[in-house]
Design a protein around this ligand. Structure first.
Ligand code: ADP
Ligand code: MG
Ligand code: MG
Length: 211
């Protein structure tokens, strides 16, 4: 398909929920090494609440859908990741607008706005060992694939691969933002939990767009 519809967006969120739920123990294990051992439970609880709200509200436009998603994450997840993912989805929806589907450039613009929201909120830069390190390369890869004429499915697959590479590249980094930064040099040698969940977000998108 050359577009993603509201049903596609809902399937994306559901596929992300599935991934963070199935990997709840793994995400928490990563966070136990450099944080407070709650990233898996935070994300699983947050996405369960999101799917409950979305199922009840049945929004018909992207702005309504992602406003619900963002507000639910902000209110149901204590900790850094709730407000950060919440802001990501709120900005995503505001930029996608009152539409029932997005083409590749519209999807890329919404994702870029979401990333800018994460940066506005958390001030992360490249190599701070955060979700930024998976998200920013994914969106850069999406943009360049679309610019070179790739199909939406191929462009999102490139974004997925870049997110996974960005996740892997957080392992040797010393954290400069969030709880992991309190560990200083001892934060090196572990994957960042938030970059790991963000790679799941792009993996979910690629699965849904390929379907
Ligand atoms: P908390 O650290 O409050 O317990 P989580 O464990 O759910 O929250 O989320 C931790 C993740 O949040 C980190 O692995 C990192 O990816 C992300 N994170 C933390 N602070 C920031 C920030 N300032 N900017 C971007 N991402 C951040
Ligand atoms: Mg934590
Ligand atoms: Mg916490």
């Amino acid at each position: 398909s050359t577009t993603i519809s509201i049903d596609g967006f809902t399937a994306w969120l559901d596929a992300f929920r599935t991934r963070v739920t199935e990997n709840k123990a793994y995400l928490t294990e990563l966070d136990s090494a450099i944080g407070d051992a709650d990233h898996g439970s935070n994300m699983a609880r947050g996405m369960a609440a999101v799917m409950d709200k979305v199922g009840a509200a049945a929004p018909s436009t992207a702005d309504e859908l992602f406003k619900t998603v963002g507000m639910t994450l902000v209110t149901s997840v204590g900790g850094a990741s709730g407000p950060l993912y919440g802001t990501f989805f709120l900005r995503f929806g505001m930029t996608a607008g009152s539409v029932s589907e997005c083409d590749g450039p519209a999807l890329a613009a919404a994702l870029r706005a979401g990333l800018e929201g994460v940066v506005a909120r958390g001030k992360a830069e490249a190599n701070d060992k955060t979700m930024f390190d998976a998200m920013a390369p994914a969106i850069d890869a999406l943009d360049s694939a679309l610019a070179s004429g790739a199909s939406l499915a191929d462009a999102v697959a490139a974004a997925r691969d870049a997110a996974a590479a960005g996740r892997d590249a957080t392992e040797p980094l010393v954290a400069r933002k969030g709880r992991a930064s309190y560990l200083g040099d001892r934060s090196a040698g572990h994957l960042d939990p938030g970059a790991t969940s963000t790679a799941m977000l792009f993996d979910a998108l690629a699965e849904v767009i390929a379907a």
